[in-house]
Design a protein around this ligand. Sequence first.
Ligand SMILES: Nc1ncnc2c1ncn2[C@@H]1O[C@H](COP(=O)(O)OP(=O)(O)OP(=O)(O)O)[C@@H](O)[C@H]1O
Length: 575
Amino acid sequence: MLSLLTYAKTYKKELILGPFFKLLEAILELLLPLYMAKLIDEGIKSGDTQQTIKMAMMMLFMSLIGLVCVIICQYYAARASQGFGTELRHHLMKKINALSHSELDAYGTSTLITRMTNDINQLQLALAMLIRLVIRAPFLSIGSIIMAFYIDTTMGIIFIITIPIFSLILWVIMKKTVPLFKRVQQKIDALNETLKETLQGVRVIRSFSKQPQSEKVFDTVSDDLATSYQNVSNLSALLSPITGLIMNGAIVFILSAGSFQVNTGHLSSGEVVALINYMTQMLLALIVVSNLVVIFTKAFASATRVEEMLETQPDIVTTEKEIDDSWENTPLVSFNNVSFQYPLSRGYALKQINFQLKKGETLGIIGPTGSGKTTIAELINRSYDISNGEMTLNGIASFNYPTGKLRQHLGIVPQKSTLFSGTIKSNLLMGNPDATEEMCYSALELAQCLEFVTALPEKLDAPVLANGNNFSGGQKQRLCLARAIIKSPDLLLLDDSLSALDYQTDWLIRKQLRSVLPDMTTIIISQRLSSIKQADHILVLDNGKQVGLGTHDELMKSSDIYQQIAAAQDEKEVH
Ligand SMILES: Nc1ncnc2c1ncn2[C@@H]1O[C@H](COP(=O)(O)OP(=O)(O)OP(=O)(O)O)[C@@H](O)[C@H]1O
């Protein structure tokens, strides 16, 4: 947990001055009961009005100074804790962006969200409390004991006896709550996961009228979280009454022993009032300590989860070597006996794949569902690294190609169209932040979406809802294509990304791409033969194996599977 404090290093001043001002306030608070005793013994009891007013004014003045110190401390605590949280979130986001797809799959989206929000909030709270209370509370507890000894040794011993009893109770409760807090965090992850799935699939759930079942699943997960919270709360709730019981018992003892000592002349009544004040101060300080224990227990569980992420070493290693970044080399893309196995999966998704692609050429990839087509795109993008064989891009072995540089040359249109909330323009600028309006319109024209975008009243500034939910499947695909084209990539990868379009639009897009960007190397993954028929090379996959490579005419003679696909699609077109 301490290692995370490095993210607060820019707030050294706040981390030192915050506790310092709180300490000043605690010293003043510790002196107040002494003045109270003087006010009673030397002022009220002796009927000395001047001394009473003097002491009262002194107490008021000290309280006002204390108030100023508290305000300054709160300010520093807020600055440091919020700044620390922001810094931590920034580094966590950076780490998430550096993780490979397999690592992200292993964590899951929900836990990433919980760690980014709930866990960092807990850590922010812990830092604020550290500044505000971690010195003040023990200082007040110890100071109260010293002041009690200063007034009367016997009374000081009563203060001392309460400490180990209290600490034992704290220790027992803490030992039991730490694992429960960890469980609560896991349940929050589970709730987020269910919520995410339900919201993402809300249309499907409604279309199948499965709302009652979906609510039942949600209720189960929600009840589970409530039960875990209840278990923790039941234990934590024991803290206040137990500490209150012990301390109030001690006050009763002070009162009875004190009244006896007042009668024998060993203590003044003002000193008994001061002792009760010190006992109350210690009581409150110890309750604060117990609350701090709860806050730090939660923060400890959160810190472990945040540290785990920050310490994860991305399995896609990128070197910073100087490389030839020209994308003029031949072959531009080469697979040499490439095999690949997804982490945690049993078999190979791709086995011994071989093909070469020159600049400006087009490769079509076809094959039944699950045959490994998307996996090839994932390997080229270095979302995953190959397991065996050799893959070169621009003549450089993939392992040596820094991912950041590599991806600048790629334009990928994924199978699942993903748009982000904002405007059409903001989505296009993701492809090329420097693109002018003219470039935006040219890309939209190439992707055959100029017509529907210009028909919108706001045109390029038309709003895009989260996931592009205000556009049709085909419109989303074309906007994603425009986003990829606008960066003028050296290699365009279309992963079944024109499937929602009619044959005419699909054909028009390919024709336009060929005539406007003749030098662009393209890989078209498709289930439709018509989309890849014209390609310079066609790779046929079946169950991860390469079962054909050639032109359409060659494959029509040599590949059984290709012939079967052609026959099936011909038949479909006839029907
Ligand atoms: N993230 C993953 N983890 C484990 N296995 C995966 C993962 N993604 C895909 N696979 C498996 O790898 C194989 C190839 O999947 P891939 O997505 O490449 O097929 P595809 O030919 O693109 O299929 P489709 O035409 O349906 O999109 C499948 O058996 C699939 O179950």
